[in-house]
Write a protein that binds this ligand. Structure first.
Ligand code: HT7
Ligand code: ZN
Length: 865
């Protein structure tokens, strides 16, 4: 396909000041009347055509300033409506018919379990009516929604309800949104919904009505989202000085949704998985996800809605910044150190591979075919790291001055990542010219560190290089903040300057630089490098095992402690790959480190659980030159089992110490304890400890919460322990009516290691509860299979690839966005050994030859390039 390029950006020929939509919802179709007040953009070339987007619309009527338009003055090719010879200002009225009931792509207006809802970002609004569907056209919306009174008692849109009425069996409500917004923030909902309503008083004393809508049966699952929303509102006032701006804030839970949630102005629409939470049906991770996503969408009200993106190349302007904001919020609500490690772990295990493979792209891409394919971990999570680095370079006060400047200068405007960085440079009084390269240059920079110590001087040399990525063969040096401490023999950080500071940020700007520090004594210090993961780089330093044990024991930086543990584990697994008989010795060598973590575990069980987690099989594979899933599985499994055996007593003790008596609470403290307990049980399960199966069976059967039940079920099933089959069957019987729980039931089975699982995945695809139209279910079964089961997905027979490719082709007919997103799981293709690479490529070429959507085609072409 033809790419869209950033360099080709032009202002729109016409802007829309005011738009009124009248949406008439019926059983077979929906009629949309739109009235747009258009005016020529002051910077547009005179005489330019007025171009409106519109996909799959059946046009019934078209008039300009109240008069039908002559045939030669307009043209509609199924994608764009072009109006020729229009005056500088005019009113356009269109009437179109659309068919939401047949919309399985879940873009535009569609139906989810009998409820009408919308998803307009990025380019869904054009499937509802004719409009310049681009984020730099900001308009005032009013919307009238009409539907059957009985079946759709709740009619919602953005802003405030201003009028309502009835006409026979039907009724209508008119909503007005006073804030100009791009059409991707438009939303509409009609359904039979229950509502949890509470109030929130802002710092300036305004009272806001908060409403969360869901199906009646889920009404008891909304309290956590409501509490999270209030906490997020208070946090944004406190941290950024930002208050909510409308009198009402609504969230609606829907079962069919392509992503996590959507920040539509005043009317967020959420995947049920990101808003519903109840101890009986939701795991700790689920509770934390709800807290984070509710906050994320709320924070968008400023970072995204009040100040929005000029074009979709700037997507990270709102997403990177908002992820940084939600990460900081979750850290403040729970634990700063634990949250940082979780975020770094996700970045390194998901974003680094993306940045090192065929899908690599800059945080501000230069071109794309389908913008839907660019809602990536690079835009979101790496984008957040770029904001975090600016926060680090400026310090909290000047960063806040920078965000104040950004929000005041650009309120009500559509801007660029350059505008954001300009505010930071201005408020921070620093030159960020070189820093901007982080936005335009793809790839994970490599940072090589080496050091010497002689005559009381410690010299640290840092070298940076970024490997080539598609379309970017040559890379320039970046501005890399490297936070550093030097630990003395007693483990304390040494003073690094005359003021006695024990931590410093080295700002690397050249390809290579050396930094010198005076260090008293004769013993070389141990460097604590890249503290807090101060830059998203791959750090290479030849740590000795003794240094890693030392850092794990003494470093005051949580990230560095965890990284030291990860390096020890990776090294052990790498040696085991070369000598599979060494598991006992490798475990014995690690044992003192684990014992020491376990001895202090109750100080911070959540952190201990992270320190005690071996790298996953996929992460191990990503560090090796050639991917060998079976050998990795065997090596990692042997190490885990051996550690389980050698430390069995301590694991049981830790599990016992981590019991959380009383009712379930999703507090950071209790979540930490459960997480350590399940880590301990995982080691015992790996070791096939004689008591573990019955313990897990009981936990799965009797626990009063989903964290324990599901955690126990997963271990029983993955380690094929006695009672696993029965537990699976009982679990399904018990939770059959809870879709989000059943998603997990599918995922547990799809991730059982080994080639045998392929038959099970095929069986589950034919299961009565599997539904190609529900993204959560598709992700639960197929997503977790491809991303979380390397031994089955990469089975030597190639069967895993064929199964997955068939599924992608099938999915493409139902939901192209989801098909394309799932294709991302094949992006490791270039790293596969020859036979596997050829098998996967053949399967994907076959899908490509049949693929109908531009979404899936773009992904497959990039992967196969
Ligand atoms: N801003 C939202 C993006 C989104 C989306 C994008 C493409 C297709 C479907 C979608 N649903 C939501 C999500 C967010 O970052 O808050
Ligand atoms: Zn977002």
């Amino acid at each position: 396909g033809t790419p869209i390029r950033l360099v080709d950006y032009q202002v729109p020929a016409y802007l829309v000041g005011q738009v009124h939509l009248d949406v008439d919802l019926f059983d077979e179709h929906t009629r949309v009347n739109a009235t747009l007040a258009l005016r020529r953009h002051p910077d547009a070339p005179a005489g330019a055509d007025c171009v409106l987007d519109g996909v799959g619309l059946t046009l019934e009527a078209l008039s300009v300033d109240g008069e039908p338009l002559a045939e030669e003055a307009w043209r509609y090719d199924g994608e764009q409506l072009v109006l020729r010879g229009m005056p500088d200002t005019f009113t356009l009225a269109t009437q179109v018919i659309i068919e939401p009931q047949r919309n399985t792509a879940l873009e535009g207006l569609y139906v989810s379990r009998g409820m009408f809802c919308t998803q307009c970002e990025a380019e869904g609004f054009r499937r509802i009516t004719f409009f310049p569907d681009r984020p730099d056209v900001l308009s005032r919306f009013s919307t009238t929604v009409r539907a059957d009174k009985v079946r759709f008692p709740v009619l919602l849109s953005n802003g405030n309800p201003v009028a309502r009425g009835e006409e026979g069996a039907r009724h209508w409500v008119t909503w007005e949104d006073p804030f100009p917004k791009p059409c991707y923030l438009f939303a509409l909902v009609a359904g039979d919904l229950a509502c949890l309503e509470e109030r929130y008083r802002t710092g300036s004393g305004r009272e806001i009505t908060l409403q969360i809508y869901a199906e009646e049966r889920d009404l008891d699952k909304l309290d956590h989202a409501m509490a999270s929303l209030k906490a997020a509102m208070a946090w944004d006032e406190q941290t950024y000085g930002l208050e909510y701006d409308l009198g009402i804030y609504m969230i609606v839970a829907v079962s069919h949704f392509n992503m996590g949630a959507m920040e539509n102005k005043g009317l967020n629409i959420f995947n049920t998985a990101c808003v519903l939470a109840h101890p009986k049906t939701t795991t700790d991770a689920g509770f934390q996800r709800v807290e984070a996503v509710v906050a994320h969408e709320y924070f968008h009200n400023w970072s995204g809605n009040r100040v929005t993106c000029r074009d979709w190349f700037q997507l990270s302007l709102k997403e990177g910044f908002t992820v940084f904001r939600d990460q900081s919020f979750s850290a403040d609500m729970n634990s700063i150190a634990v949250k940082r490690v979780e975020d770094v772990d996700m970045l390194r295990t998901v974003q680094f591979p993306e940045d090192q493979g065929p899908m690599a792209h800059p945080v501000r891409p230069a071109e794309y075919q389908k913008i839907d394919n660019f809602y990536t971990v690079t835009i979101y999570e790496k984008g957040a790291e770029l904001v975090r680095m600016q926060h680090g370079l400026l310090g909290p006060e000047r960063f806040r001055a920078g965000t104040d400047l950004y929000f005041s200068r650009f309120d009500g405007q559509a801007v660029t990542t350059d505008d954001f960085v300009d505010c930071m440079a201005e408020a921070g009084g620093i030159d960020l010219t070189q820093f901007r390269r982080w936005y335009s240059q793809a790839g994970t920079p490599r940072l090589e560190a080496s050091d010497t110590f002689a005559d009381g001087e410690y010299r640290l040399t840092l070298r940076q290089s970024t490997p080539p990525t598609p379309g970017q063969p040559d890379k320039l040096p970046l501005m890399i903040p490297v936070k550093l401490a030097l630990l003395g023999a007693d483990g304390a950080a040494l003073p690094l300057d005359a003021d006695g500071n024990t931590e410093t940020v080295l700002v690397l700007t050249e390809a290579e630089q050396t930094f010198a520090f005076a260090v008293p004594g004769t013993q070389a210090p141990v460097p604590s490098l890249l503290r807090g993961f101060s830059a998203p780089v791959e750090l290479r330093y030849d740590f000795s095992p003794a240094q890693l044990h030392f850092l794990l024991a003494h470093d005051s930086d949580g990230y560095c402690r965890w990284d030291a543990a990860q390096r020890l584990y990776h090294a052990a697994v790498t040696r085991l790959l070369a000598d599979p008989s060494a598991a006992e010795a490798e475990a014995a060598a690690l044992r003192p480190a684990l014992e020491q973590v376990l001895a202090r575990a109750m100080d911070d069980p959540a952190e201990a659980a992270l320190l005690l987690t071996l790298p996953g099989e996929v992460a191990i594979g990503d560090r090796l030159d050639v991917l060998e899933p079976d050998r990795i599985h065997a090596a990692r499994g042997a190490l885990q089992a051996e550690l389980g055996r050698q430390l069995a007593r301590q694991w049981w003790q830790a599990g016992q110490a981590c019991l959380t008596p009383g009712p379930y609470r999703p507090s950071a403290a209790d979540i930490g304890k459960r997480s350590l307990r399940h880590r301990a049980l995982a080691y015992l399960a790996a070791a096939a400890d004689e008591r573990v199966a019955s313990h897990l069976e009981a936990l799965c059967r009797d626990a009063d919460n989903m964290t324990d039940q599901l955690g126990a079920l997963r271990l029983l099933v993955h380690y094929r322990l006695p009672g696993a089959a029965q537990a699976l069957a009982d679990f399904a019987a018990r939770w059959h009516d809870e879709a989000l729980v059943m998603d997990q039931w599918f995922a547990v089975q799809a991730t059982v290691p080994g080639e045998q699982t392929l038959a099970q995945v095929r069986a589950l695809l034919a299961h009565a509860d599997f539904d190609w139209r529900v993204p959560n279910r598709v992700r639960g079964l197929l997503g977790s299979f491809a991303n979380g089961n390397p031994t089955a997905f990469h089975a030597a027979s190639g069967e895993g690839y064929r199964l997955y490719a068939e599924a992608l082709a099938r999915l493409d007919e139902v939901n192209p966005q989801i098909a394309a997103r799932m294709a991302g799981a094949c992006a490791r293709l270039p790293r596969l050994p020859d036979a596997r690479r050829e098998a996967l490529a053949a399967a994907l070429r076959d899908v490509l030859s049949r693929s109908r959507s531009a979404n899936l085609r773009e992904m497959l072409e990039r992967i196969l390039a």
